[in-house]
Design a protein around this ligand. Structure first.
Ligand code: AHM
Ligand code: MG
Length: 320
C-alpha cells in the first residue's frame, strides 16, 4: 500500500515551503476543510430529510430562488471563517453585500457556497467555490476595493465537489492538488497530486438550449466539435463539469447570449477561482477575448462569459 497523506499533513508541509508564512492561510484552509465535511454530511442526507430539500422561499440578490442548502452552506462557511480569524470580510454569491467580521484579519474571501444548487433535489453533483485575496485597503473595515482586485491577485483558490465522492481541490499558486474525502475515517487524503490538465480533449460542455441566442462564432465552434465527433457533456453544475474536464481534457463554455451578453456566471465567485486553478494546471480561461484573470472587476456580483479548460480547445473556441 502506498503512503497516505492527509490534507492537514499536506497543509502543514506546504506552509513550511513559504518562509515567513504566519500560518493564517493554512488555518483558513483548515476552516474550509471542516466546513466542507459538514456540508458534505448535509448534502448526503438531503434525500432523507424532506425539510432540507427545496426552495428556502427567499431570493438572492440576482432574483434567483435560494435553496435551503444554499443558505445552510453560506451560513456555515461564513461562521467557520469568522471563528478562524484570518479573514476580515467575505463576499458571497448568496449575500447582497460584503459581510464584515471586524477582526483585523488580513484576507478577504469570495465564494459561491453551493454552486449548481438547482441539482440538489435530483441527486446530482454540486460544489463550493472560493477565492482568497490579501486585503489591500488600510482603514478599519475592508472595502469594495479589496474585493474588486483582478483574479491574478488571488492568493489561493479552490473548490469542493460533492459528487460520487467528495473532493477538495485547491491551489496557493504552486500547482493544484486534489484530496478525496474518505468517509470511513472522515479525512481528506491526497489523491491527485500536482494536477495537470491535458492541452487537448474530446469533451465540450455548453448549454446548447441557448443555441439561437449564441453568436455565429460560438455556433461555429460547436459545429466543429460535432464534426470531430467530440462528446457533449453538460451537468449544469459548473464545479462538476469543470472537475471532469480538468481531469479528462475538455472545454466548458458559458458564452454571452443575445439576451444576456455577459452570460450567467459570476466573475468573483465562479470565473476567477476556476481560472486561477485551470492556469495552475496548465489550462486556459478567457471571456472569449480577454484572459479572465486580467479582468478588472467593477462590481461584486458582476457576470462574465467563460471559456475554460484545455488550452488548445479554449484557443480554438476563441478563434471560431
Ligand atoms: P448557481 O451558482 O446559481 O448554481 O448557477 C451557476 C450554474 C452553474 O453551476 C452551471 O454551470 C450553470 O449555472 C448552468 O446554467 P444553465 O442552466 O443556464 O445552463
Ligand atoms: Mg454558482
Amino acid at each position: 500500500m502506498s503512503d497516505i497523506k492527509t490534507l492537514s499533513e499536506f497543509i502543514v508541509e506546504r506552509q513550511a515551503e513559504f518562509p515567513g508564512a504566519s500560518g493564517d492561510l493554512s488555518s483558513l484552509l483548515t476552516a474550509f476543510r471542516l466546513a466542507a465535511k459538514i456540508v458534505n454530511r448535509e448534502v448526503n442526507k438531503a434525500g432523507l430529510m424532506a425539510d432540507i430539500l427545496g426552495a428556502e422561499g427567499t431570493e438572492n440578490v440576482q432574483g434567483e430562488a435560494q435553496q435551503k442548502l444554499d443558505v445552510y452552506a453560506n451560513n456555515l462557511f461564513i461562521r467557520m471563517m469568522k471563528t478562524q480569524g484570518a479573514v476580515c470580510a467575505v463576499a458571497s454569491e448568496e449575500d447582497d453585500d460584503i459581510v464584515h467580521f471586524d477582526n483585523g484579519g488580513k484576507y478577504v474571501v469570495t465564494m459561491d457556497p453551493l454552486d449548481g444548487s438547482s441539482n440538489i433535489d435530483v441527486n446530482v453533483s454540486i460544489g463550493t467555490i472560493f477565492s482568497i485575496y490579501k486585503r489591500v485597503s488600510s482603514g478599519p473595515k475592508a472595502t469594495l476595493e479589496d474585493f474588486l482586485q483582478p483574479g491574478s491577485a488571488q492568493v489561493a483558490a479552490g473548490y469542493i465537489v460533492y459528487g460520487s465522492s467528495t473532493m477538495l481541490v485547491y491551489s496557493t499558486g504552486h500547482g493544484v492538488n486534489g484530496f478525496t474525502l474518505d468517509p470511513s475515517i472522515g479525512t481528506f487524503c491526497l489523491s491527485y497530486p500536482d494536477m495537470k490538465t491535458p492541452d487537448d480533449g474530446k469533451i465540450y460542455s455548453i448549454n446548447e438550449g441557448n443555441w439561437y441566442e449564441f453568436s455565429d462564432g460560438v455556433r461555429n465552434y460547436i459545429d466543429a466539435c460535432k464534426q470531430k465527433k467530440m462528446s457533449a457533456r453538460y451537468i449544469g453544475s459548473l464545479v462538476a463539469d469543470f472537475h471532469r474536464n480538468l481531469l479528462k481534457g475538455g472545454v466548458y463554455l458559458y458564452p454571452g447570449t443575445t439576451k444576456a451578453p455577459k452570460g450567467k456566471l459570476r466573475l468573483l465567485y465562479e470565473a476567477n477561482p476556476l481560472a486561477f486553478l485551470v492556469e495552475q494546471a496548465g489550462g486556459m480561461a478567457t471571456d472569449g477575448t480577454t484572459r479572465i484573470l486580467d479582468l478588472k472587476p467593477t462590481e461584486l456580483h458582476q457576470r462574465c462569459p467563460l471559456y475554460i479548460g484545455s488550452r488548445n480547445m479554449v484557443e480554438a473556441a476563441m478563434k471560431a
